[in-house]
Write a protein that binds this ligand. Sequence first.
Ligand SMILES: Nc1nc2c(ncn2[C@@H]2O[C@H](COP(=O)(O)OP(=O)(O)OP(=O)(O)O)[C@@H](O)[C@H]2O)c(=O)[nH]1
Ligand SMILES: [Mg+2]
Length: 424
Amino acid sequence: MIDHTFITVVAGKGGNGAVAFRREKYVPYGGPSGGDGGQGGSILLKANSQKATLEELTPGKIYKASDGENGKNKNKTGPSGKDLEIRVPVGTVVDWKHLDTGEAGSIDLDKEGDSLLVAHGGQGGKGNAHFATSTNRAPRLAESGEHGETLEITLDLKLLADVGLVGLPNAGKSSFLASTTGANPKIGGYPFTTLEPNLGVVNVGWGTFILADIPGLIEGSHGGRGLGDQFLRHVERTSVLVHIIDGSAENLTGAWTSINTELELYSPELLSKPQIVFINKLDLPEVQFNKDQLIKELKDLGISEVFAGSAISAEGLDEVIRSSMKYVGESRERKTDKKPSDRVILRPKPDHIKPTVQAVEAGVWRVIHEKAERLVGGGHLSDMIIAADVWRELGNFGVVEELERAGASSGDTVLLGEMELIWR
Ligand SMILES: Nc1nc2c(ncn2[C@@H]2O[C@H](COP(=O)(O)OP(=O)(O)OP(=O)(O)O)[C@@H](O)[C@H]2O)c(=O)[nH]1
Ligand SMILES: [Mg+2]
């Protein structure tokens, strides 16, 4: 079973740079003092072992980080937007596609505490203080904030079971899974009904865990008899085993011993896992009749947790689930205790792409370049002085060079964002 979802993430926009001038008592026209816009919030995906599934991430939902605030006067930078951290289970595979650049990639968040900075917040725009030069001490130019990145993300979780069901064929393992989870495994009145492992999600109060049902084990399973051995690896990483015993079978203690022998022969570690025993089929009168005796016999073998109930009537299942959750919780606690990595993996942000120049019609050119567009977005170009500042900055971005290469000549019109400039 693979848990799957897809979401869109939108990082925060950077705040706009401010146009402001100092006011001083004895200085009639103070220097530029427009602060920079704050950085937009980024979006991080963080691996967290307290999460068992991706069910909290609604398919198709848009997750947004907050925007940076605009720059203020007195050279004050606007406050940054808050980052948004989305917690996902350890073992989540993240595939992303950048909606502007089309760039795609993938990463496996397989360590507790690892986070992926998946969408970068936009940079704040520069305030007018940055644009002062020896010839223009009072620039009215400021940059608008950069847009946050938008990415489409799919998340896939390869579920690792927390609790494993073991037992002889026909004991009622699949019935137990069906009663406690939304899973719909094949159930049959004959042994070897289950041919492949089945997984389901159990909800316990606020928590969840993954339950695995595997084919029944028989004597010789560890060596390849029947099917069980192929699937024992699915319970190797569980925190606790629930051993289901058919209460109507002849020899319960014999059943218990033979399964544990198989587990031990397959891997001694399996036997050292906590084990809860569940005597099943208590709805049958003969099992009900022998209940106390059966529990006593098993407890005499040194098993501390023995429950009786019925996978069909659901009697006694709650106790087993609660007890299982206790072990799962402890095991997660131990994993969390191990110092989480706190590593932040940065999805590389594409470099500012070179400007491109398109011929619109004779004597009219369109320049496409995000940073240049942000620059004119922040100013009022009717003002000749600003226009001069803009041309200087456009030179820095390589826009002038590209226009020359394209063959622009004096007097031509240059379109940039919503602005129209005249080529000198
Ligand atoms: N009366 C009664 N029958 C049950 C109960 N639980 C399971 N059964 C029956 O026992 C039979 C086997 O149940 P399964 O859940 O398929 O058993 P299994 O352990 O998954 O069997 P394999 O997949 O072959 O290992 C089916 O006929 C079930 O209806 C129960 O609590 N009471
Ligand atoms: Mg089964």
